[in-house]
Each structure stands twice: as C-alpha cells, then as structure tokens.
Design a protein around this ligand. Structure first.
Ligand code: SF4
Ligand code: MG
Length: 279
C-alpha cells in the first residue's frame, strides 16, 4: 500500500522554497491552489522533475514557473504556447506544461491557443480563468461575464464572454476538462489525465481573484468567492440531464471532450522516416 506524501514533503521537493519565496500572490488567490494540483499530478505520475517543463506567459499566473522546481520558461504575454510548441518539437520526450491566464490564453494568445489545439502537439495547457487581468490592473478579459465591472468597464462589460472549454473543443482539442479551485481533488485528477493524454490537452481551472475581479464586483471576499464556485459547479454527468436554460450561469465540470487524434510529433517522425531518416 502506498503511503501518501505529507504536503510539506511535496512543497520542499517541487517548489523553489529556498530561492523564490515568499510568493507575490494575494491572500485568497486561486493560483497557489492550481500550483498545488500541478505538483501533486506530477508526483502521482512519478515524472522525473528533469523531464518536466513548465512554461508561462505574463500575468499573475505567469509567476508559476518561477516557483516550481522543474525546467521552466517565463515567456512573453500570450506566447507561451508558441515557445512550448518549439520546445516540444525539439525535445519530444519532455512533458511540457503550459500555464496561462484567461487573458493570456484567449486574448493576446488567442491565435496560439486555437492553432495549438488544431495542431495537436502533446502539450498540457492549464488555463487559470479568474475572469480578469489581475496583474496588469484589473482590465476586463475575454471571459469577464457581460455586465461585470473592471477598471476598463466601470459601467459593465458590453461584450459576451468566451467559454474557454467550448473554444478549445471547437478548435479540435483532444482532451478538454474543467474544474475550479474549490474542487481541488477533481482538478488534481483532471491534470493527471491531461498529462497522460497523448495530444493537446486543456484543463480550465476556474479561479478566484479577490483583489481585482472580486473587489470590483462586490463578491464579498475569498471565502464567498469559493462558495460561489462550489454552488455554480455542475458535474458533466448531471448536466446531461439538465435543460439548456437550467445551465445558464453554471460551470459544467469534469471531462468535456476526450478524443484520439494523431499527435503532431508522432506524425512528424513518420515524415522523417518517409524522407529517408533524420541524418
Ligand atoms: Fe491573484 Fe488577483 Fe492578486 Fe493576481 S491580483 S495575485 S490574480 S488575487
Ligand atoms: Mg486572468
């Protein structure tokens, strides 16, 4: 019988506790919860730290590669998937994990996101969706709900938000799943499954930003925001029995798409073979 690790063992094994802490995330931020899920997933699969790469763009979530003790890249805003694609093609044996925020993944990096999905490189993308640009000043993002307030929408957002999972599914992502920072055990399991998938796998982690999104929208602080996530979530199995109208404002959680599609590096190997070898 395997004995579970103590949390502190994992912290000292996988975080750069001696160099990069204290971290800069605000009290009540969900980013640390997602980081916990990420390291537990890597640990559960027994991946060698030297075979794991964590890449981010810019933003509060972009700090994650600074704190985790893997091969890490902190890149430019919205471009993490482009760096990841190059790295994966050059070193297909590495486990490449990309951490992005909602603005990072679906605004500045929107084109990289849909084309990474279409291309189907074996990359795990974790999109932390807190419905706002936290670090850059609380501007509204492509996932801010219509009518919600931010520093750039003081009277409410006029635009309709993206559903990140639907965007990923319609772009051809092989594995699409959603959890929240309240549903941590589910988030752990989904990241494990995403890492195991041979193809582009995207996990949306709906998160909390009490400092900007919460404050501007009078969400009542971190605990109230967590309770809202708890109440909004509907497991995908249950959602199947609900009418479309009943799902308005709810978050469908679990595995939303899981299909087998030829992986890009595998196809590239075949091209090399057909062309007469790599030498
Ligand atoms: Fe987290 Fe928001 Fe603070 Fe950024 S600004 S660290 S997203 S709570
Ligand atoms: Mg954000």
């Amino acid at each position: 019988m395997s004995v579970p690790h103590r949390t502190s063992d994992l912290l000292y094994k996988y975080l750069r506790t001696d160099k990069k802490f204290p971290h800069l995330w605000c009290p009540g931020c969900g980013n640390g919860i997602v980081m916990g899920s990420l390291i537990r997933a890597v640990d559960k699969l027994g991946l060698d730290q030297d075979d794991v790469v964590v890449i981010s763009g810019i933003g509060c979530s972009g700090r994650m590669p600074v704190y985790v003790d893997f091969n890490t890249l902190h890149t430019t805003h919205g471009r993490a998937l482009a760096f990841a694609a190059g790295l994966k093609l050059a070193n297909p044996d590495l486990h490449v994990i990309v951490v992005m925020g909602d603005g990072d993944a679906t605004a500045i990096g929107g084109n990289h996101f849909i084309h990474a999905a279409r291309r189907n490189l074996d990359i795990t993308a974790i999109v932390i969706n807190n419905h706002i640009y936290g670090m850059t000043g609380g501007q509204y993002s492509p996932t801010t709900p219509t009518g919600d307030r931010s520093t750039t929408s003081l009277w409410g957002v006029l635009e309709r938000p993206f559903d990140i999972c639907k965007l990923a599914m319609s772009s051809g992502t092989s594995f699409v799943a959603r959890s929240t920072v309240y549903h941590v055990k589910l988030l752990d399991r989904l990241i494990v499954s995403a890492l195991e998938k041979n193809g582009f796998a995207m996990v949306e982690a709906v998160s909390t930003c009490p400092t900007t999104y919460g404050r501007y929208n009078k969400k009542g602080g971190p605990v109230a925001m967590m309770k809202e996530l708890r109440d909004q979530a509907v497991p995908v199995e249950k959602a199947g029995d609900m009418a479309e109208g009943e799902l308005t404002g709810r978050l469908v959680t679990g595995v939303l798409q899981d299909v087998d599609i030829p992986e890009y590096c595998d196809m590239y190997d075949k091209i090399i073979e057909r062309a007469g070898g790599a030498d």
